[in-house]
Design a binder for this molecule. Structure first.
Ligand SMILES: Nc1ncnc2c1ncn2[C@@H]1O[C@H](COP(=O)(O)OP(=O)(O)OP(=O)(O)O)[C@@H](O)[C@H]1O
Length: 263
């Protein structure tokens, strides 16, 4: 449902962040994008919805070539791609409910959005989503009163209320403690499964990626150097992706106790 063909991004500075990346993601597949700092992970995610304009190559979302669209058509197609950010990108002075509903701004008309008058079905869906992520009781709280984990849950609801087919997730746990990180990764993966959503998750924590996703893409210097199951990430493979390090302590152990469901 998502296809990248020879995607290249060269920034004005001359940095070649992506070198002819080919990638296909079927419907409903959740994959993790790993790689060292500067490998091109954020660039790849942002080239898909053209927040960063690719230099050449094509991005297909189902039958639509996103790279060939004008601004109006691109705005419409972006509704099908929800984005979740490391720093949540909430509007601090707005309530949780208002932040979630802002995910519908691409759908409601200009005047309606200006008055923040959303259709009742959008409000109902926002309540359902907040309930699903355990934040129903927080609906009227201001965003700046929330913890990091709660903010990310709001960010997730805001992406999902768009009713996307694909989630683009940029370091969702980078600002969170280890336990909250696991909770957020689990939540994202569960929601994708419930809704048949595909997702690309840019994540630094290899063990966390291995624990939750079916497929891992390793990026190095703008090229895919690993594409396979989480268990195929041997120390040698990780060295190829990241460079020398002692990986035994980092890789998920098979005998590791499963995380409590109640976490
Ligand atoms: N706006 C920009 N202008 C110029 N060069 C950029 C820009 N954004 C990224 N780059 C360069 O492109 C390359 C890839 O950067 P990118 O942020 O995509 O990597 P990343 O894998 O997401 O790194 P990190 O994990 O540190 O976020 C780097 O060499 C970076 O310096």
């Amino acid at each position: 449902m998502l296809r990248l063909e020879k995607l290249v991004k060269t920034y004005k500075t001359g940095d070649q962040a992506l070198k002819a990346v080919d990638l296909e993601v079927p419907s409903g597949q959740v994959l993790a994008l790993i790689g060292p700092s500067g490998a091109g992970k954020s660039t790849l995610i942002r080239c898909i919805n053209r927040l960063v304009e690719p230099s050449s190559g094509k991005v297909w979302l189902a039958e639509t070539e996103l790279t060939g669209l004008g601004q109006g058509a691109l705005r419409r197609e972006r509704r099908r791609m929800g984005m979740i950010f490391q720093e949540y990108a909430l509007v601090e002075r707005l309530t949780v409910m208002e932040n979630v509903l802002s995910g519908r701004l691409g759908y409601v008309g200009f005047w309606r959005s200006l008055a923040r008058r959303f259709p009742q079905k959008d409000v109902d869906e926002a309540f359902r989503l907040l309930d699903r992520v355990g934040l129903l009781h927080m609906a009227d709280k201001r965003a700046d009163e929330l913890s990091g984990g709660q903010r990310q849950r709001v960010g997730i609801c805001r992406a999902l209320i768009q009713d996307p087919k694909l989630l683009l997730v940029d370091e969702p746990t980078a600002s969170l403690d280890p336990k909250t990180s696991r909770q957020i990764m689990r939540l994202i993966c569960e929601l994708c499964e419930e809704r048949g959503l595909a997702a690309i998750i840019n994540i630094h924590d290899v063990a966390l990626a291995q624990r939750f996703v079916q497929r891992v893409i390793g990026l190095r210097f703008g090229e895919i150097v690993y594409d396979g199951p989480p268990d195929g990430l041997s120390p040698d493979k990780l060295t190829e992706i990241y460079g020398e390090e002692d990986w035994e302590a980092t890789i998920k152990k098979d005998d590791e106790a499963p995380v409590e469901a109640a976490e």
